[in-house]
Ligand binder design. Structure first.
Ligand code: NOJ
Length: 548
């Protein structure tokens, strides 16, 4: 592949605004690289691969939780927010990782889980030992049940992982868990809870992290006034007015204002990005400069491979950012979503849960098509203003591992739905580093999730040596993006149906062909293409061309 490569990458890491148009690489620590041969990725494994990330060209790393956890929800059940899981490393190891990253100009973002703790957290254990109505129980959401003998849950609230959001204790009281029963929800009306989270943020801020990804940012503030209100809206289609009893409530503003004051006391200020599954009309609230500063926009990850849908998503995202001083974000995949290389390999509108349940065989994914579209989508996304969040393995075009056997699954979704949904493990399979060896360079021991044979051809070492590989496409695109400057306002240009075409003020243009037939574009100079050729501006189906 030939690229018109502009001059070397400038050092953008010194600016306070480094996050606005950053490329952030999400690491799922247990699946990235294993340094000590126990089958589990770890902190030193990440440190040993920092140069890989430098070569990829990303600005920052987001680490999914690495805290002590009984792993009832892949680490999002935290038993100590200010420590490191001993299976993954130590606080000194994290310090060394931060130093190693900073020495290379990489920023570090850590995941903060403020909505709930693990049931093994000291606070919850104390709450269990304390009587109803005690201050220990007030840190969580305990209630008496309804119906005869209080045997019915306090309300109809449902867990995201299936079943009631209430679990009953032997003493008859119930506690709230919007996720797994092993993840009791904290009571954010309790000042002790607020103060403790500030301590947590300060702990990691003082250790040197550059920002936070805030888990379930739309869920902390709840209307717990009696009688508890019904929340029949279980499909995440939230009301647009902030009146839901559980999600996206206006009281969150006050919580995040306090965090923002703390973030701004650091130099440069710490950044934060909200994981808020709020509707587009509300999500900008989390991105205000008095709040977290940036919010995930997940709409690309739910859009079909369709020009109209992509255009609407892009317009919504940019419009949402215009309402604040923030920038939008772009996400194709993460650890909760079926990988996009596979989504694009399947017919549009397919029920992915049912497909996964069938082992991913019916229909068989068209891998070549999925990979072509994934490459085109990556180039389109990397041409947009705002922050791009790349999930580990996206740069290798890894597919979803759809044929994990039931006994290999860890996701609580599988258990809580009684096997009706397979869950998210297929997106969390460890990375293949080498094409040789039983575990493809991830570990010398049996990995916690097995790497499929299909990963062998996609290993880093193999792709590194292939100039046409997806890995080398990402490397080239991320470097070009930094040099071309994605921050300007884009303008839509004419395009035939089934294509998207836009220009940056500096003349950098992006054309994506979503259709089935090649399209010709008049170009000056080709910069980069997701498919071979295109020097004369002929863009094949499922391809993106950057030109000027
Ligand atoms: C969102 C995280 O991304 C997901 O993995 C987790 O299960 C839930 N929040 C609960 O913490």
């Amino acid at each position: 592949m030939t690229h018109t490569m502009p001059a070397p990458t400038p050092d953008r890491t010194r600016s306070d605004d480094w996050w606005r148009h950053a490329v952030v690489y999400q690491i799922y620590p247990r699946s990235f690289a294993d340094s000590d041969g126990d089958g589990l990725g770890d902190i030193d494994g990440i440190r040993s691969r920092l140069d890989y990330l430098v070569e990829l060209g990303v600005d920052a790393i987001w680490l999914s939780p690495f805290y002590p956890s009984p792993l009832a929800d892949g680490g999002y059940d935290v038993s100590d927010h200010r420590a490191v899981d001993p299976r993954l490393g130590t606080t000194d190891g994290i310090r060394a990782l931060i130093e190693g990253a900073h020495a290379r100009g990489l920023k570090i973002i850590v995941d903060i889980v403020p909505n709930h703790t693990s049931d093994q957290h000291e606070w919850f254990q104390r709450a269990l030992a304390a009587p109803a109505g005690s201050p220990e129980r007030d840190r969580y959401v305990f209630r008496d049940g309804t119906g005869p003998d209080g045997a019915e849950p306090p309300s109809d609230w449902r867990s995201h992982f299936g079943g009631s959001a209430w679990a009953r204790l032997p003493d008859g009281q119930w506690y709230l868990h919007l996720f797994a029963p092993e993840q009791p929800d904290l009571n954010w009306g309790n000042p002790e809870v607020r103060a403790d989270l500030i301590r947590t943020l300060r702990f990691w801020g003082d250790l040197g992290v550059d920002g936070f990804r805030v888990d379930v940012a739309h869920g902390l503030a709840k209307d717990l006034s009696e009688p508890l209100r019904s929340q029949p809206n279980l499909d995440r289609a939230l009301p647009l007015d902030g009146t839901d009893p559980l999600y996206d409530r206006d009281e969150l503003d006050d919580i995040y204002r306090e965090w923002r004051e703390l973030f701004d006391s650091y130099s440069p200020p710490l950044m934060a990005v909200a994981e808020s599954w709020a509707p587009p009309a509300r999500v900008w609230r989390y991105a205000r400069s008095t709040s977290l500063g940036q919010a995930f926009n997940f709409e690309l990850s739910t859009a079909a491979w369709d020009a109209g849908q992509f255009r609407a998503v892009i317009e919504n995202g940019l419009e949402s950012a215009r309402r604040t001083a923030a920038t939008t974000t772009w996400v194709l995949s993460n650890h909760d979503i079926v990988r996009h290389t596979t989504r694009y390999a399947l017919p549009a509108g397919i029920d992915l849960d049912a497909w996964l349940l069938g082992g991913g065989a019916d229909p068989a994914p068209d891998r070549a098509l999925g990979t072509a579209r994934a490459r085109a989508a990556a180039l389109l996304m990397l041409a947009l203003p705002g922050s791009v969040y790349v999930y580990q393995g996206d740069e290798l075009a890894l597919p979803e591992v759809s044929d994990l056997a039931p006994e290999q699954l860890h996701d609580p979704i599988w258990l809580r739905t009684d096997g009706a949904q397979k869950g998210r493990d297929g997106a969390r399979v460890p990375l293949p580093w080498d094409a040789t060896g039983e575990h493809l360079g991830f570990s010398t021991a049996t990995p916690w999730l097995p790497l499929p044979e299909a990963f062998r051809d996609l290993a880093v070492a193999t792709q590194d040596a292939d100039p046409e590989s997806t890995l080398n496409l990402y490397r080239a695109a991320i470097r070009c993006r930094a040099l071309l400057d994605p921050s300007g306002d884009i303008a839509w240009l004419d395009a035939p149906e089934g294509a998207l075409h836009f220009a940056h003020p500096n003349g950098w243009r992006c054309f994506t062909n979503f259709g089935d037939a090649a399209v010709s574009v008049e170009i000056g100079e080709r910069i980069l293409g997701s498919a071979p050729g295109m020097d004369a501006g002929v863009v094949p189906p499922n391809a993106t061309l950057w030109y000027r």
